[in-house]
Write a protein that binds this ligand. Sequence first.
Ligand SMILES: [Zn+2]
Length: 466
Amino acid sequence: MARRDHLITSVLVLGLAVGGTTTAWLAMPMSDQTGRVVQAASMSSPPAPAHESLVLSTTQVDASGDHTTLERTVPQDPASEHAAPESLDAELVLDAKPPQAAEEAEETEETEETESDPPLRFDDVDIEYIEGTRPWVIHRILRVETLEQVAHRYDATPQAVRNWNGLAPDATPPAGLRVKLKAKRVPPTRKRVGYTVKPGDTWWSIGTAHGIDSRDLRTANWTAPNRLAGGERITLWIDPVVHHWIHEGESATEAEGGAVGIRRGAVGVGPPWEGRLINGVRIPEGAGWRRKMMPSSYGTTHAVTNLVKALQKFHAEGGYERDVLLGSMSWPHGGPMKGHRSHQTGRDLDIWLPLLARYPSWTKLEPRRIDYEALWKLVAALLDTGEVEMLFLDHELQRRLHKAATKLGVDRATLREVIQWPRGATAHAGSMRHESGHEDHIHVRFRCGPHETECAAGRAPGRDGG
Ligand SMILES: [Zn+2]
C-alpha cells in the first residue's frame, strides 16, 4: 500500500512568513478528548519586523488530485508587538465555523452532514509548512492528559517540551497549564458532537462506532451512568480523520486488504514504548495460526490487517505444517505491559519461532531446533506487506537465518537489506535488529497506519524490543 501518512497528518497549515530569527509563536486551534478548544495566535518579543505577517494556508487535494490552496495573510498589529504573549491571545477562527456554531451542531444526530456544512474529505487534505518553518503551538493540558501524550500529539519529545517550558525533568505539569511546543505535525482539531444514546448502546459500541477510545468517552461524560439505558445526551469529541475513515464507503476496503475485513478505527497513539491504543481490534482466528495470549492480542486496524495478510500468504505457500504461534500484541487500550518495554500502541507483536517438524510440539525451543527456512518465509511474507517497520531477533539466530535464506537462494542485496548480521549486533543496518531476549520469538513492529494522526514512529535507543 502506498504510504499516505503525509496526506493526512494534519488538516490546517500555518506558517510564519518571516525572515531572520524571531520568537514569534502562534497557536493552532486545538482540542482534545474532553474538548476545550484553544484558538489563539500571538506574537511575542523581540518585536517583529514590519513586514512580518502570519500566513494561514490550507491546501486541499481532491479525489482527482487537484490542489486548491487557500491563503490568508493576517498583518500583525504593531500595537501588539510589545505585549506579553498571555495578554495577546487573539482569536483566530481557522475552522469553517466558529466554536459557537460547532456547539449548536450538537442537535444534529449525524456527526457531519448538515446543509451548511458539506461532508469534508479530511483524508484528502494535505499539509505544507511554508519555507521549512515549524509552528509553535500552545496546548492547554487537560485533566486526563500526561505531558508525554501532549508531546507525542505534536511529534515532539517530552524532554524537549520540558525544556521549552522550563519544567524540571521529573515535573508533572498541572492540568490547565499552557505549554508551548514546536510542532512537527498538528493533528486535526477534534469536533464536538452531541449524541443521544440509543437502546443497546454501550460505551464501547459508541466509542468504536465513532473512533473515540471508549475510556476517553467515559471520562468526557463522567456524569452519565455507567450502564447506559438509552436516551441520555452525551458529548463526543471526534477525530475527523478517523471518523471519516470508519464511515466512508465500502469501496476503500479493497485497497486496505479487502478480504481480511478487520474493523476500522483502531489506532495507535504515541511511540510503542510510551503510547496507547484506541479501541484495539483483536487478531482474528484463522487457518495457519493460533493466538496464545488472548487478553493481549489487540492491535491497530493497520497492523492486524497486514499481519493477517502476511499469515495468510505464509500459510497458502505451505512452508510450515504447524500453526504459527502468536504471542502478545497489546492490551485492548494499549499502555504498559509487564515484561515488555514496547507493545503499547498495538503495532508490536511477538511470534514464536517455528519449530522443525521432527521435534514434537512440546519441545523446548532451542536455536538448533528452529526451522530457519520457515522463519525466512514468514519474515518475507511480513516484509512483503511493505508495512513492517522493524524486526527484532537475537544476533546469533540472525546468523542462522542468514545461512538458511542463502541456501534458499535469496540474493545478497535482499539479505543485506533485511538482516543486520553479519554486521555487528549494534549496527544500525537492516530491518532486523538484535535485541536481547529474542531467542525463542521474533518481534515484529508494523508501521503507523495512514489514519493514525498521532502515531509516532522512530526508535528510542535501548527501549525498543521486549
Ligand atoms: Zn516483544
